[in-house]
Design a protein around this ligand. Structure first.
Ligand SMILES: Cc1cc2nc3c(=O)[nH]c(=O)nc-3n(C[C@H](O)[C@H](O)[C@H](O)COP(=O)(O)O)c2cc1C
Length: 395
């Protein structure tokens, strides 16, 4: 991140999660209800575990905002963990009781989690809870709150985001890269956040069957950003290329094992004349007759819709456990089951949107600058004038 900085803190069963977002221009009006709506979407999805019945995520702002407008100081967003009440003894930050700690220590690393890898990294193999509390995807609530703020900055310039589930386990709903129009039909109450209501029943049945079999599922999320001006990112330096920055942000989401931009993996099977997107004129503007590039060429946005996919592995915690080894006794044994999702794919679209909003807001501010949002507005105006007539803002 070159202009914005995001730091999140807090454990899954600690008192709260905190996001500190730094670098927003001063004077940006924010809508609390919209942030809370994003947090609600992150709790949504058929196949989620019992935790979502306990939590009622909503944002508390404890810095960087006054009269509903950003102050230019770090924006501090907090989300309470209501489950803290049930964990306050186990997670007490100050209590020192080695005997009790040894009794409740988690010593069997769960395959697919950071339990062993993180414990090895930080010398905390004696109690893996010291790792798993932080590596838990509960942290994505803080990212979603920050991402919702970034989306409000993008919306000011006519840049909008959409995301949906394109696949649940083996059940495909939409093949290939997503399109803006293709994601339009997602209803707010869709149990698996898919753009095809007719497929909903089939998907819900698949999740139910997985639950009954003691299994878990992953899936694919597609997202599109519309209204992005050409010229965000860089073709000059490897670490400033926007495709690389987007891929990093998507791969940082827990469970994401692959990220694709535009036609992604499918493009390798095409020949050159099919793979690239011809320039055409549409109402005097420069347009493309296809969008295999997904809105990015050479690490720079090209003005077309930015289309990405994120590929989520199945949830790692299985009700029936997975083979492991107790690091205390050295004995083999199955992992313990702690309340868990059968699939979290219904929560994934808003997390993908949040990460995209963060990276794009960063790239936009890198382009426009501005300590005050009025300065950013003027720079946007100047950019739009410079890009005319080939590109115009989405308003
Ligand atoms: C929204 C969301 C919810 C998740 N819920 C669970 C869960 O309930 N149980 C679980 O074992 N893993 C869950 N995961 C996945 C783990 O957090 C993830 O697999 C783990 O942190 C290891 O990271 P990695 O898969 O990226 O290597 C969830 C992921 C996301 C995005």
């Amino acid at each position: 991140m070159r202009r914005l900085r995001l730091l999140t803190g807090g454990e899954s069963h600690g008192p709260r999660l905190t996001a500190v977002l730094e670098g927003l221009p001063a004077g940006l009006a924010l809508d609390r209800a919209a942030i809370d709506d994003w947090l609600r979407r992150r709790q949504h999805g058929f196949g989620r575990g019992g935790r979502q019945r306990i939590e009622r995520d909503c944002v508390v702002v404890s810095g960087g905002l006054r009269d509903g407008r950003s102050l230019g100081s770090p924006l501090v967003l907090e989300i309470a963990n209501l489950d803290w009440e049930n964990w306050s003894e186990v997670m007490d930050p100050w209590r020192v009781d080695p005997e009790a700690a040894a009794k409740r220590a988690v010593t069997r690393p769960r395959p697919g989690h950071a339990d062993y890898s993180g414990g090895a990294a930080t010398d905390q193999l004696a109690d893996l809870r010291n790792v798993l509390e932080r590596s838990s995807a509960r942290e994505t609530a803080a990212r979603v709150a920050a991402g919702a703020v970034c989306a409000q900055l993008l919306a000011r310039y006519g840049i909008g985001l959409r995301a949906a589930v394109l696949r649940v386990g083996a059940h495909e709903v939409v093949a290939g890269p997503p399109s803006w129009e293709g994601l339009a039909a997602v209803r707010a109450d869709s149990p698996l956040v898919t753009p095809r209501p007719d497929d909903e029943e089939r998907l819900v049945a698949a999740v139910r069957a997985a639950r009954e079999a003691g299994e878990t599922l992953g899936g694919v999320v597609g997202a599109v950003v519309r209204g992005v001006p050409p010229g965000l990112g860089s073709y000059v330096h490897w670490d400033r290329k926007l495709d690389g920055r987007i891929a990093q942000a998507l791969l940082s989401i827990p469970s994401v094992k692959a990220a694709a931009i535009g036609a992604g993996l499918e493009v390798v099977a095409l020949v050159g004349s099919e793979a690239h997107d011809p320039y055409v004129l549409a109402d005097g503007r420069l347009a493309r007759s296809s969008n295999h590039a997904g809105g990015l060429e050479g690490g720079v946005t090209n003005g077309a819709d930015l289309a990405v996919r994120a590929f989520f592995k199945p949830i790692s915690t299985l009700r029936r456990g997975l083979p492991s080894v107790d690091l205390g006794s050295g004995e083999p044994g199955a992992t313990a089951w702690e309340r868990s999702d059968v699939t979290a794919i219904g929560a994934a679209p808003v997390i993908v949107e949040a990460m995209l909003a963060l990276v794009l807001a960063d790239a936009l501010l890198e382009k426009l600058g501005g300590d005050a949002v009025a300065d950013t507005d003027r720079a946007w105006q100047a950019l739009a004038e410079r890009l005319a007539p080939w590109w115009q803002p989405n308003r």
